[in-house]
Design a protein around this ligand. Structure first.
Ligand SMILES: Cc1cc2nc3c(=O)[nH]c(=O)nc-3n(C[C@H](O)[C@H](O)[C@H](O)COP(=O)(O)OP(=O)(O)OC[C@H]3O[C@@H](n4cnc5c(N)ncnc54)[C@H](O)[C@@H]3O)c2cc1C
Length: 564
């Protein structure tokens, strides 16, 4: 059985950063990913990464903006860690070879982003994630002697020892279908978010909440699951993201009357208010009949106000997206967008070193909830979150490993259980529903009932439908009966992970009887600090979710009314 000091599940930015940090501390490291690492969803990140690196900036200002953006639900100790360590991390990236955009003076250029009080987003055109991921992967190759890569291995469950600690994982080699148990002193989950729970979403097909569900099933608490971010600028037809960098460069949002309607809800920040505020403002325009395009379900994003030369240089990817996916040249005419699911602020509850309450189990990146984003994440703070807490988890796990022996694990029973479960899916009779049908219904349900605006009736209805979909998932059938690259069977497992994520999201949204950040309850339209300035934690109790609360850590910034 392969055995490692630190086993990292997920090879996006959080996972790769964790692997490099743990290897640097001298640990024997393995990193596992269900796709080739540079196909991890971090590659899609566009607009940039935040850090107070400008001479007239200060990390306290970055931290305050983040606290305010979170609608005061973010834990301020974690936010302080992230923002104070940000400049060093971005410089480290540059030293590793990331070609950040530079201004005419040769300094690192910074662009404006939503909710930020000054320009502090470093970027590589609008392909920042790709640039970062490839540089980290080069570094990983350099450490090939200490970092074992399991590329195209799909993790099915976490192993726990008799004392309840995490001591490894079970996985399937996607290429051959072979199952294997892996022993580890520590496991770091870096499996990304759960965007595919919604349809449409800006997230790729692989973003299916696997890490969240695996941790939940292993007994770890989830936190802030009700907080789901809708990004204000997604293409109407496909949900594809048009980066916030466009508004950062000066693009306007216009309703059918040609008005810059953000003046009503955010007169100071206008289009660069935080994402929850902008998405809600757009949805109000659409709901009140001032939308554009077929059915009036869109809003115009006008990039023509940005100098064409600058658009072609700094936003070239969305120029291509506009042409390829909407038939629009954004340098010459407005493009039609609307709010779309983009990010989940919630995830596996951790401390600032990535530790979950389960000994030996860590989480970092979008799978985790530290919580630095609270009720709403600021644009360009996620890449930062992945790197800071990926690194800290890797360092902490390596130090922990140094002081302990390799666990002795008999994983045969669990290995057999997971293998049998896969065989059972493959041989299911074709008399239930198809996996893809259930997935579509789930995504459309979530987008209708757990979106920008929510209410008790809609959420309760969603919970009932999820219960039915859960049952149907247990008998859903697939076409592929083979073992080699059987993505069909993995899709069935992913669907069961997504059901767990959907259920906990809706349970959290029902529980939180107020409006804060991305959760807007039309039946409880006000923020209520007295009763709800607290996190909602959800653990698996028997077969169902169990709700409890934990306090929000406040260090320097007392809650106040949020105005942009
Ligand atoms: C279109 C788009 C643009 C964005 N732009 C920005 C931006 O400009 N700035 C910003 O800060 N944020 C941005 N974000 C958000 C940010 O990109 C993500 O939150 C972040 O990259 C997530 O990184 P991660 O390492 O946590 O996960 P991911 O990059 O999603 O990696 C997850 C990894 O887990 C692996 N994995 C998952 N399940 C399993 C399993 N069962 N077994 C084995 N491996 C598994 C995957 O293979 C993958 O390697 C954007 C997001 C999108 C969708």
């Amino acid at each position: 059985m392969p055995a490692h000091d630190v086993l990292i599940i997920g090879a996006g930015l959080a996972g790769q950063r964790a692997a490099l940090a743990a290897a640097r501390e001298g640990a024997s490291v393995a990193i596992m990913s269900k796709v080739h690492p540079v196909r991890s969803h971090s590659v899609a990140a566009a607009g940039g990464i935040n850090a107070a690196i400008s001479v007239d900036d200060d990390w306290h200002s970055h931290a305050y903006d983040t606290v305010k953006g979170s609608d005061f639900l973010g834990d301020q100790d974690a936010i302080e860690v992230m923002c104070s360590e940000a400049p060093g991390e971005v410089m480290h990236l540059e030293h590793m070879g990331v070609t950040f955009h530079r201004n005419d003076r040769g300094e690192m250029d910074l662009r404006a982003f939503g909710g930020a009080s000054m320009k502090r987003t470093a970027y590589v055109a609008d392909i920042t994630g790709q640039a970062l991921l490839h540089v980290l992967y080069e570094q990983l190759m350099k450490h090939h002697e200490t970092v074992q890569r399991y590329e195209e291995w799909f993790t099915t469950s976490l192993l726990r020892d008799e004392a309840g600690g995490c001591c490894g994982a079970i996985a399937r080699d996607v290429r051959s279908g072979r199952m294997e148990a892996f022993t580890a002193k520590n496991v770091i989950l870096a499996c990304g978010g759960a965007g595919q729970v919604y349809k449409p979403t800006t997230n790729g097909l692989i973003v299916t909440g696997d890490g969240i569900a695996m941790a939940y099933r292993a007994g770890a608490p989830l936190m802030d699951m009700e907080m789901v971010q809708y990004h204000p600028t997604c293409l109407v037809e496909t949900g594809i993201l048009i980066t916030e960098g466009a508004r950062g460069e000066g693009a306007h949002l216009l309703n059918s009357e040609g008005e810059r309607f953000m003046e009503k809800s955010a007169p100071n920040k206008m289009e660069l208010a935080s994402r929850d505020v902008v998405s809600r403002a757009e949805q109000i325009e659409i709901n009140e009949g001032r939308g554009v395009g077929p059915g009036g379900v869109g809003i115009h994003l006008d990039v023509t106000v940005v100098p064409r030369k600058r658009t072609l240089e700094a936003l070239r990817e969305i120029v291509n997206l506009g042409k390829d996916f909407a038939g629009v040249d954004i340098t010459r005419e407005p493009i039609t967008i609307r709010p779309g699911q983009h990010y989940i602020m919630g995830g596996v509850k951790t401390d600032v070193d990535g530790q979950t309450p389960i000994a030996g189990l860590y989480a970092a990146g979008e799978v985790a909830c530290v919580s630095v984003h609270g009720g709403n994440r600021l644009g360009a703070n996620s890449l930062l979150d992945t790197l800071i807490f990926g690194r800290r988890s890797g360092e902490h796990a390596a130090a922990r490993a140094a002081g302990m022996a390799m666990p002795e694990v008999d994983a045969n029973a669990q290995l057999r259980r997971d293998a049998d479960a896969i065989d059972a899916i493959i041989s299911r009779p074709r008399d239930g529903r198809r996996v893809s049908e259930i997935k579509n219904e789930l995504g459309e349900l979530m987008n209708a009932k757990a979106a920008v605006f929510r209410d008790e009736q809609g959420l309760q209805g969603a919970l009932e439908t999820i219960a039915r979909l859960k049952e149907e998932t247990d008998s859903a059938w697939i076409d592929d009966r083979g073992t080699v690259f059987n993505q069909d069977v993995l899709g069935a497992i992913e669907l069961s992970y997504m059901i767990d994520c959907a259920e906990t999201t809706v349970v959290g949204a029902i529980e939180r009887k107020e409006s804060r950040g991305a959760q807007f309850r039309t039946d409880f339209p006000e923020r209520n600090d007295e009763q709800w300035l607290k996190h909602i934690d959800i653990t698996l109790d028997g077969d169902g979710p169990q709700v409890s609360y934990s306090p929000v850590t406040i260090t320097q910034w007392q809650p106040e009314e949020r105005k942009y």
